[in-house]
Design a protein around this ligand. Structure first.
Ligand code: MLT
Length: 260
């Protein structure tokens, strides 16, 4: 039976424990949402870096008009970079045909934490359906939430819950005809419970699931950080469940994220 685990923070699972697994890194607000948007908008690839200086040094290897430097520190665009970490900046007119060199506070660190994984995929609410389809034949899946400032954050747990729900209960893509049975861990149970609460709250209030997600994310640590710096629109942009048909995968040898 395949196994499905959810870790609410990188610190909750040893790096070596992820060896051999297919890891889905989630940073709903906003790194993995932005990566999905960048690839859906036609970026040739996204190269993740832990440090700002590393990104700047890597940029020297490419012609300046081939690349864009993107990412954030304290949520804001980094000095001298072309783009911040808002998915709304990563639209085709800005990004098509470009290689994006990308560094964020928590998201790129979570990717690094998964460096022993067999595969590293990027997940969020935007690409939930596409991702679930890509996970169907995987014998072991670990969902790794990036968190915010070293703490669990509700928006990552909601995205994890949405993925677990789709894999084990409902909302399966139409191409998945078989019912899958997973051995799921305590974290996956908890994420699933939180997703059910969101679905129930939406139905009790007569709201769409997306509207409910947006509302919930206004109250999470990641959401509050964005509100504090005036990035309210990013919360709605990251709540568009199942809207992007892309599954970003990190090739560690090349340090490139491209569609799987
Ligand atoms: C991160 O990687 O820490 C986040 O994506 C933060 C942000 O979007 O500001």
């Amino acid at each position: 039976m395949p196994t499905l685990n959810v870790h609410f923070l990188p610190g909750q699972v040893a790096e070596t424990k992820l060896a051999g697994s297919t890891v889905v890194v989630i940073d709903t607000l906003r790194a993995t949402s932005t990566i999905c948007q960048a690839l859906a908008s036609g970026a040739t690839c996204v190269m993740p870096f832990l440090e700002v200086e590393e990104s700047r040094r890597a940029a020297e290897r490419f012609a300046r008009n081939e690349i864009l430097l993107g990412g954030e520190r304290h949520g804001r665009k980094i000095e001298g970079f072309d783009l911040g970490n808002s998915p709304l900046e990563y639209m085709p007119e800005a990004i098509a045909g470009k290689r994006v060199l990308f560094t964020t506070t928590n998201g790129t660190r979570a990717m690094h934490h998964a460096r022993h994984a067999r595969r590293t995929l990027m997940g969020c609410l935007l690409n939930r359906a596409a991702l679930v389809e890509a996970l169907v034949d995987e014998p072991r899946v670990d969902i790794l939430c990036a968190g915010t400032e070293g703490k669990e954050t509700g928006e990552d747990i909601l995205a994890a819950g949405a993925i677990v729900y789709s894999l084990v209960e409902a909302d399966r893509p139409s191409s998945m005809s078989t019912v899958l049975n997973y051995r799921i861990d305590e974290g996956a149970h908890r994420a699933l419970g939180i997703w059910h609460e969101a679905l129930d709250a939406a139905s009790d209030a007569g709201r769409s699931v997306e509207a409910q997600l947006e509302l919930a994310m206004l109250e999470t640590p990641g959401g509050r950080n964005l509100l504090a710096i005036g990035h309210d629109a990013d919360i709605a942009a990251c709540a568009r469940l199942d809207s992007l048909d892309v599954v970003p995968e990190l090739n560690r040898e090349l340090n490139e994220i491209r569609p799987a």
